[in-house]
Structures are given as C-alpha cells and as structure tokens.
Design a protein around this ligand. Structure first.
Ligand SMILES: NC(=O)c1ccc[n+]([C@@H]2O[C@H](COP(=O)([O-])OP(=O)(O)OC[C@H]3O[C@@H](n4cnc5c(N)ncnc54)[C@H](O)[C@@H]3O)[C@@H](O)[C@H]2O)c1
Length: 255
C-alpha cells in the first residue's frame, strides 16, 4: 500500500513502543517518517525502515524544548511532503496523588505530556494551513477520560491533551485539519522504564494494584494494536473523523 506517499509524518517518541510501531506501519504505507525521540534508539528505527526500503529521518532531542521542536519541524518541511503529526512521546508519573507529587514530577510530566504536544501542534499548523489541510493524532490514555488510571500529574496532563485535541479539531476543522486522540489502556511497551528518573518507580508502591489488568482490563495490548487505529486516523479513510476521543483498550473504559 502507498496511501501515504507524498506525506511526511512526524512521530514523537518513535524510538520505542507505540511510536516505533506507528512509524514502521506508516513507512510501509509510503510515508517519509520523522522518527523523533530523546533516545538514540531512533537511529535503530530509521535503519529498520530504510532497510525495508522505506523513508525515514531521525530527529534526536527533547521535544519539550522549543529549539528541538523548531529543528525537527524544519527537517520535516525540508522533505517537501504534506505534513502529518503524531504526538506520541510521553512519560508516566509515580502513581502519586496530589499530596505526594512534588514540583519536579508535576512540571516534568506536564511539560513532556502536554506542553510538548502543544509546541508541536503550534509549529506544524502554519504549514498545514498553507498546504490546505493535515492530520494530527494525539496519544492520550485511559487517564484522558478517567481518574483512576494513574497519578495526579499524568491524569491532569492526559486530560489536558483531550482539551488540546478538541480545541484544535474545532478551531481548524474548517481548514481541513483534523485532530483526534487515541486513548490506550495497558500496552506492552517500555513506558515504565523510560519514565524513570532519579525517583525510580517502586514496584512495591501499589503499582500492581493500579495497572489496567488489575482494574478490569481484559489484557494488555501490543503496540501494533495501537498503531493500526493511529494510522487509520491519519489516513483519508478518516476524512470526517475530527475531535474524536477513541479508547483503544479492549473495552476497559466501557466497564
Ligand atoms: N504503554 C501503556 O500502557 C500506555 C497506556 C496509555 C497511554 N500510553 C501513551 O502512549 C504513548 C507512548 O508510550 P509507550 O507506551 O509507547 O512508551 P515507551 O516508553 O515505550 O515510548 C515512549 C518514547 O518516548 C520517548 N520520550 C520520552 N520523553 C521524551 C522527550 N522529552 N522527548 C522525546 N522523546 C521522549 C522515550 O524515549 C520513548 O522512546 C505515551 O504518550 C503514553 O502516555 C501508553
């Protein structure tokens, strides 16, 4: 399939998990993918894509930094393709309520999970407007909809992404720009390790009790099961889907 031929799609956090799988599926379907990640695992994903005959460019850096955002959007624009964006990079919090969330955790989580998608959205919109349209997919979470899926910082950040999604969809829908959110349940990725900072996540700290499986989710998903709906939302097959908040969680949020 080459339904994304002539398009350049930025996928943040594409060095691992859901982002990596999305990048691979988009490249298979003809997109030039900007594989953006703070980790140099992005280079390995670019090699996988180009080794299979696809097109990709690595962009290494912290996407919550305006300078990094400007550089990676410039790299995407330089390819000459129609722009798409997947705001996927994200980190977990420590499953802490407000009373035990310190400023550093709060600000880091909000900066990466909410401010970075805003910075990327703001940077791509002028190009999409000039080109007459474009598609953005944001990665939310069960914590975009519910209060019992993570800690205060992550839940607030992912509810914030729901608002950013709806506002972008409503404000720019008339300009043929669509913005939708995919809300995963539990997915088998590296998120619990890539999120760890100097305050390591303590598995004994009630973590098992709060994981989706223990909260009634039927099973964890594979990254590929998330990539499919993300690719659909970016595609012309979803041309009238705008502002949608779509759980991809095996029915967990329906319970
Ligand atoms: N895995 C789950 O169970 C789950 C559930 C709900 C939502 N999500 C969401 O899915 C998205 C993808 O997560 P994943 O599970 O694939 O995790 P992952 O840790 O496997 O991949 C996330 C990638 O983002 C990168 N990243 C983190 N901070 C960054 C930054 N500041 N700048 C650039 N790159 C950065 C990491 O290096 C990593 O490669 C996240 O937004 C996450 O909140 C995941």
């Amino acid at each position: 399939m080459s339904d994304f031929a002539g398009q350049t799609i930025i996928v943040t956090g594409a060095g691992s998990g859901i982002g990596r799988s999305t990048a691979l599926q988009l490249a298979e379907r003809g997109a030039h993918v900007i594989v953006a990640d703070i980790s140099d695992t992005a280079h390995g994903v670019v090699e996988e894509i180009t080794g299979a005959g696809g097109q990709a460019t690595a962009a290494i850096g912290d996407i919550s930094d305006q300078g990094v955002v400007d550089k990676l959007v410039d790299a995407a624009v330089a390819t000459g393709g129609r722009l798409g964006l997947v705001n996927n990079a994200g980190i977990m919090d420590q499953f802490a309520g407000a009373a035990t969330t310190d400023d550093v955790q709060w600000e880091r989580c909000l900066r990466i999970n909410l401010t970075a998608p805003f910075l990327l959205t703001r940077a791509v919109l002028p190009h999409m407007l000039a080109a007459g349209g474009g598609a953005i997919v944001n990665l939310g979470s069960a914590a975009s909809i519910r209060g019992a899926a993570a800690g205060a910082a992550y839940t607030a950040s992912k509810h914030g992404v729901t608002g950013l999604t709806k506002n972008t969809a409503y404000t720019y829908g008339r300009e043929n720009i669509r913005c939708n959110l995919v809300a995963p349940g539990g997915v088998e990725t590296n998120i619990m390790t890539t999120s760890a900072t100097d305050t390591e996540i303590d598995p004994a700290n009630g973590l098992a009790a709060i994981t989706p499986i223990h909260q009634g989710a039927i099973r964890n998903a594979t990254p590929e099961e998330l990539a499919g709906p993300i690719v659909f939302l970016l595609s012309d097959a979803a041309s009238d889907v705008n502002g949608a908040i779509i759980p991809v969680d095996g029915g967990w949020a329906a319970g």
